[in-house]
Design a protein around this ligand. Structure first.
Ligand SMILES: C[S@@+](CC[C@H](N)C(=O)[O-])C[C@H]1O[C@@H](n2cnc3c(N)ncnc32)[C@H](O)[C@@H]1O
Length: 423
């Protein structure tokens, strides 16, 4: 978990092996690990202020321990009486050189107000634990109050959002959840989106969930699927190619949209993720989803390119990514995204709609990819998304011709989509 593997995968592996942990302990462990990564910069500043700079703490395990006790102190308001037993180990289970009395001092010593940087972006980067380069880039795009609200939203453990299925049945699903004692509410900006207002795990035990009437899905992901709809009518009966289907989140939603008279053709470079997508489609008996290789792109009326990206819009869910990304990796994503679009442009049929989407906040991976694609590949035009969403939602969701869902105005992560029509 400390060696550069994505946190989500490392956590899943570690928890799989920790057979003795119960459900509540697993949830707490996952939360604690995410939080330590999420608030890393602020926790390290507190550690430095208390005279223990992380650079002077030799073992990574010890650094993690100090971050943990500081997270419990500063974000959970826990005292040493509570934290002490949590960090005591029955034996030499792992390397650890820090003694309990030092940890106790870290929790109990008065913490002077840490010296905050003066400059706007650096102050925000410190306050909300983001790398300077990313906040500086975002500060070029958004006024400070907007940026601060965005960073604050990305600095919180995200609320789980769900999609009511099939489309248009949200009110019924909400009523069924209420009958089962789960408090949930509609999310205004997306017609099928549901937010659960309490500890999210209970919803997984409900009948409505077990019947497959709810799917975990970000609000932004739901909007991207909506961006695949025709301006008039519905996707019913159409053929959609989901080029970067991953584990199938949007594939399942697209399958609901096209219905049994339509088809979803799903592909992805990762066989492992595609196997997960196949399994999920099988569980929901979505027989009109298939996984041909190569994808017969010329058969598709709509092609969704949910491109690999920096995931800067999903940093609330995957906080470790912010410490791994660099400005250079963003440039590399741009090149991959452009190559992906260029490669399929020649394969899609005339009249087809290509929806290009990311969960990135950065124009390098969004507007610039569309701009460079249009400059290099003739025959495509951008179709504005506002008419699809209607004026009220477009005012919140659209920026020029594009979908640009930004937290906290749109709950959940940040997303982008563009509609490209082949002439
Ligand atoms: C943003 S994720 C897709 C998420 C997925 N659509 C969902 O809703 O859950 C991007 C995906 O693109 C895949 N990918 C990366 N390069 C690719 C390529 N050249 N062709 C197809 N898929 C690719 C990755 O394996 C990854 O699963």
């Amino acid at each position: 978990m400390l060696k550069g593997e994505p946190l989500k995968a490392a956590l899943a592996n570690a928890l799989r092996d920790a057979e003795s942990l119960g459900g509540q302990e697993r949830r707490f462990t996952a939360l604690a690990v995410r939080e330590m990564s999420r608030h890393q910069r602020l926790l390290d500043l507190a550690s430095r202020t208390l005279g223990h700079p992380p650079s002077k703490i030799g073992l990574l395990e010890d650094q993690a321990l100090v971050r943990y006790v500081l997270w419990r102190r500063l974000f959970c308001g826990a005292s040493w009486a509570r934290i002490g037993p949590e960090v005591k180990l029955p034996g030499p289970v792992r390397p650890r050189t820090i003694k309990d009395d030092l940890l106790a001092r870290v929790v109990e010593s008065p913490l002077p107000e840490p010296a905050m940087p003066e400059s706007g972006p650096e102050r925000l980067a410190t306050r909300y634990s983001f790398p300077n380069w990313l906040v500086q880039r975002l500060a070029e795009l958004h006024p400070e109050p907007v940026l601060e609200a965005m960073l604050a939203a990305l600095d919180e453990d995200p609320t789980l959002h769900f999609r009511a299925r099939p489309s248009g049945t949200r009110a019924e699903v909400l009523a069924r959840l209420a009958e089962e004692g789960v408090v949930a509410e509609p999310v205004e900006v997306a017609p099928d989106a549901v937010r659960i207002a309490e500890a999210s795990h209970r919803v997984f035990e409900t009948r409505v969930m077990k019947e497959g009437r709810l799917q975990v899905q970000d609000v932004g992901s739901q909007l991207i699927v909506e961006a695949c709809r025709p301006l008039e009518g519905s996707l019913s009966g159409q053929t959609v190619a989901d080029v970067c289907a991953g584990a199938g989140g949007k594939t399942l939603a697209l399958a609901d949209e096209v219905g049994k008279s339509g088809r979803v053709l799903a592909g992805d470079r990762s066989r492992r993720r595609l196997a997960q997508a196949r399994e999920r489609a099988r569980e929901l008996s979505l027989r009109h989803v298939s996984f041909p290789h190569p994808l017969p792109m010329a058969q598709a009326d709509v092609v969704l390119v949910d491109a690999p990206c920096s995931g800067t819009g999903s940093l609330a869910r995957e906080p470790d990514q912010k410490w791994k990304l660099t400005a250079k990796s963003v440039e590399e994503f741009h090149d991959t995204q452009l190559a992906l679009l260029e490669e399929l442009a020649g394969q899609v049929k005339p009249g087809a709609l290509v929806v290009y989407a990311t969960c990135s906040l950065l124009p390098e991976e969004n507007d610039a990819v569309v701009r460079d694609f249009l400059a290099r590949v003739p025959g495509f035009t951008v179709e504005p998304l506002a008419p699809l969403f209607g004026p009220e939602r477009a005012a919140v969701l659209c920026d020029g011709p594009f979908l640009r869902a930004l937290p906290p105005r749109v709950p959940g992560g940040g997303f982008f989509a563009a509609r490209l029509r082949k002439g």
